[in-house]
Design a protein around this ligand. Structure first.
Ligand code: G1P
Length: 310
C-alpha cells in the first residue's frame, strides 16, 4: 500500500483554436456536452477517485473557469426562493471547498510537460494525478478511480493506455512494451508522437496519469522534445530509464472520446445523450430518422461503388 493520491492537476491552458469561433470568448473547457461543461466531467471523475485538491494550470482568457467553480449567491438565492432544490443540488456539484482549488498560470505555451511542471510547488513531494479533460472517458467506474485503485497496489507512475489504429500512433505518446500482465503494461520506453512507421507499438497514452514525485525532477530539466515542446512523455521515459519497472501502463475499461476534435466532441455528445433517462427516447427517435432520411442517401452510392468493384 502507498500513500493515497489526493491531488490532481488539470492542464487547461490551451487556446482551443480548433473550436473557434466558439472559443474566442469562452474557454474550450466550458464547452458543453449535453448540459455540463467538459471540465465538470473531469472534476467529477477526479472526485470519484478520491481527489480532494484541484490544481488548474490556466492561461490568459480562462478566468470564467474560476467563476464557474465559485459560488453564485444571487443565482442560488433566486433558486432557493423559487423552491428549485434540484437545481441547487446541481449547482452544488460545481462548488469547490475553500482552499482546495488553486489556479496557476502557464505564462508561455511550452508544452504539456511544462504545464505540469508549473504546478510543482503546489504538488510538493506527493504523487499527483493528471487529467487531460479533452480525453473524456465514459466508464462504469471512472478511469482515474480504476487507476488509483491499481496504484494502491503498484505505487510508482501509472499512465492510462489503450490501443489505437496504427495510422493514429503519430498523434499520441506510445509505449514500447516489454511485458503485460492483466491490465498492467510494463514499458521499456515511451515515445511522444513517433513518426509514421516508427511507433514501437499501437498502445497509446490517454490523458490520465498518476505521477510519482520523481517525474517533476525530470521536468526540471525542461528538455525540449517532439514539436519543439517540453513533453510529459519524455519526463516519464527518463523515469523508466533510471528506475526500470517503476512506470506502468494501465489498460482502463471504458469508452474514450477525443473531445479535442470536433468529430470526437460530437460523438461524445451523442453517446452521453443516449445514456440520459430524460433524453434517450426522444433522441433515439431523432437518430432513427437521421439514419433513414439523411444517412440512407449517403450509403446508396457507397453500395454502388462496392458492387461495381466486386
Ligand atoms: C497529449 C500527450 C500525449 C497523449 C495525449 C492523449 O498529447 O502529449 O502523449 O497521448 O495527450 O490525449 P496532445 O493530445 O495534447 O497533443
Amino acid at each position: 500500500m502507498c500513500a493515497k493520491v489526493t491531488t490532481a492537476i488539470f492542464p487547461i491552458a490551451g487556446l482551443g483554436t480548433r473550436f473557434l469561433p466558439a472559443t474566442k470568448s469562452i474557454p474550450k473547457e466550458i464547452l458543453t456536452l449535453v448540459d455540463k461543461p467538459l471540465i465538470q466531467y473531469a472534476v467529477e471523475e477526479a472526485r470519484e477517485a478520491g481527489i480532494t485538491d484541484f490544481i488548474f494550470v490556466t492561461a490568459r482568457g480562462k478566468s470564467s473557469l474560476e467563476d464557474y467553480f465559485d459560488t453564485n449567491p444571487t443565482l442560488e438565492a433566486t433558486l432557493r426562493m423559487a423552491g428549485k432544490t434540484q437545481l441547487l443540488d446541481t449547482l452544488a456539484a460545481t462548488n469547490m471547498d475553500s482552499g482546495r482549488i488553486a489556479y496557476v498560470r502557464q505564462h508561455q505555451a511550452l508544452g504539456l510537460g511544462h504545464a505540469v511542471w508549473c504546478a510543482r510547488r503546489l504538488v510538493g513531494s506527493r504523487a499527483a494525478a493528471v487529467i487531460l479533460p479533452d480525453d473524456l472517458i465514459v466508464a462504469e467506474t471512472g478511469c482515474l478511480k480504476q487507476m488509483v485503485d491499481a496504484h494502491d497496489e503498484t505505487g510508482g507512475t501509472l499512465v492510462a493506455t489503450m490501443e489505437v489504429a496504427p495510422g493514429q500512433t503519430s498523434s499520441y505518446g506510445i509505449l514500447d512494451v516489454e511485458a503485460e500482465k492483466g491490465r498492467l503494461v510494463y514499458p521499456r520506453g515511451m515515445v511522444e508522437k513517433p513518426g509514421r512507421g516508427t511507433a514501437p507499438s499501437n498502445l497509446a497514452v490517454i490523458g490520465r496519469y498518476i505521477l510519482a514525485p520523481g517525474i517533476f525532477e525530470h521536468l526540471e530539466a525542461r528538455t525540449v522534445g517532439a514539436g519543439g515542446e517540453i513533453q510529459l512523455t519524455d519526463a516519464i521515459a527518463a523515469e523508466i530509464a533510471i528506475r526500470p519497472g517503476s512506470v506502468l501502463g494501465f489498460r482502463f475499461t471504458g469508452t474514450r472520446f477525443d473531445c479535442g476534435t470536433k468529430a470526437g466532441f460530437m460523438q461524445a455528445a451523442v453517446h452521453l445523450t443516449l445514456r440520459r433517462d430524460d433524453l434517450r427516447d426522444e433522441f433515439a427517435d431523432y437518430l432513427r430518422g437521421v439514419m433513414d432520411r439523411d444517412l440512407a442517401p449517403l450509403r446508396a452510392p457507397l453500395r454502388a461503388v462496392t458492387s461495381a468493384a466486386s
